[in-house]
Ligand binder design. Structure first.
Ligand code: NAD
Ligand code: LMR
Length: 308
């Protein structure tokens, strides 16, 4: 199993590290445009192999796509991150051009590749990859919901004063400060609805903290987060590589599901060796449906800024 990660910055390197530590891939190619940068990150990571006990070979290259040839899965993290006070949507001007070029280069050398889009604004970048590459829709997956759901579980566990392993929950909708839809009604602690333990106000607070999870970290760090994003991407890569048929909310092209068409937005999917094995439709109540539609309006407004 060969995996390419484009962008050897914070998220790309973290993602490569988690993939290696999980030890399911034979090779990870890390590619960056900055001369020597990916080579340096790859060498540093390889020097952790004997300490962390993995056999995955990590190779770094500077903008040489021939080294990515035959990749089964490629992750696109190239582009700029936001600074405190910015929205993800403000990154579109620079990142759209980068994501378009990178996805085209990847496909030239790996025609059967499954692409995972991470660069922000992620839902719109995923849409752009669909429109510019024409790849079958099962092979283009945007990563956002897996991360947002991990943050939701963190906030739920905090509110419940429970271990995170007791908690389950999912975030659907757009990967933006206002567009996320944390499914508080369906969240559970050991299969018991969390509403049995938390007041409506506390649950609303959990949802709001989840939605601004990325912005909160950006304010603290001066740039956006990388550990949880890297771990989330590595989980998606593993689900595909190991044909796990696991469910994650991901940004995928919809064709009528959830009443939406011609948009990439976060919904639950089953991930396996073919990429998207299935889009899962869950029963939402009227309030949740309205939030999803509102989220879609936001994503479409950003899509409208694309020149495709
Ligand atoms: N979807 C998500 O959940 C999620 C989570 C975290 C970060 N992000 C996004 O991921 C992106 C990367 O974040 P980061 O913190 O790793 O940024 P970073 O600046 O640390 O790394 C980005 C890297 O991309 C490289 N790059 C730029 N143009 C390139 C090109 N044409 N080809 C190859 N490499 C190129 C840069 O040299 C840099 O090393 C940002 O857009 C950020 O907003 C998304
Ligand atoms: O917040 C960001 O800009 C990066 C990423 O989308 C995140 O949620 O951490």
């Amino acid at each position: 199993m060969k995996v390419t990660v484009v962008g050897a910055g914070a998220v790309g390197a973290s993602c490569a590290e988690y993939i290696a530590i999980k030890n399911f891939a034979s090779e990870v190619v890390l590619l960056d445009i900055k001369e020597g940068y990916a080579e340096g990150k790859a060498m540093d990571l390889m020097q952790t192999a004997s300490l962390n006990g993995f056999d995955t070979k990590i190779v770094g290259v500077t903008d040489d796509y021939s080294k990515t040839a035959g990749s089964d899965i490629a992750v696109i993290t190239s582009g700029i991150p936001r600074k405190p006070g910015m929205t993800r949507e403000e990154l579109i001007g620079i990142n759209a051009g980068i994501v378009k070029t990178v996805s085209s280069n990847l496909i030239k050398h790996s025609p059967n590749v499954i692409l995972i889009v991470v660069s922000n604004p992620m839902d719109t970048m995923t849409y752009l990859v669909h429109k510019s590459t024409g790849l079958p829709k099962n092979r283009i997956i945007g990563m956002g919901g897996a991360l947002d759901s991990a943050r939701f579980k963190y906030r739920l566990a905090e509110a419940l004063e429970a271990p995170i392993s007791d908690v389950d929950g999912m975030v659907i909708g757009g990967h933006s400060d206002t567009g996320m839809v944390p499914l508080t009604r369906q969240a559970t602690r050991n299969s018991i609805p969390v509403s049995e333990f938390l007041s409506n106000d506390r649950l609303s607070q959990v949802a709001e903290d989840t939605k601004v999870g990325g912005a909160t970290l950006t304010k603290l760090l001066g740039t956006s987060a990388w550990y949880a994003p890297g771990a989330a991407v590595s989980s998606l890569v593993q689900a595909i590589a190991c044909d796990q048929k696991k469910m994650f909310p991901c940004s995928v092209m919809l064709d009528g599901e959830y009443g939406l068409k011609d948009i990439c937005i976060g919904v639950p999917i089953i991930l396996g060796k073919n990429g998207i094995e299935k889009i899962v439709t869950i029963d939402l109540n009227d309030a949740e449906k309205a939030k999803m539609q509102e989220s879609a309006v936001g994503v479409r407004a950003t899509n409208d800024l694309l020149e495709v």
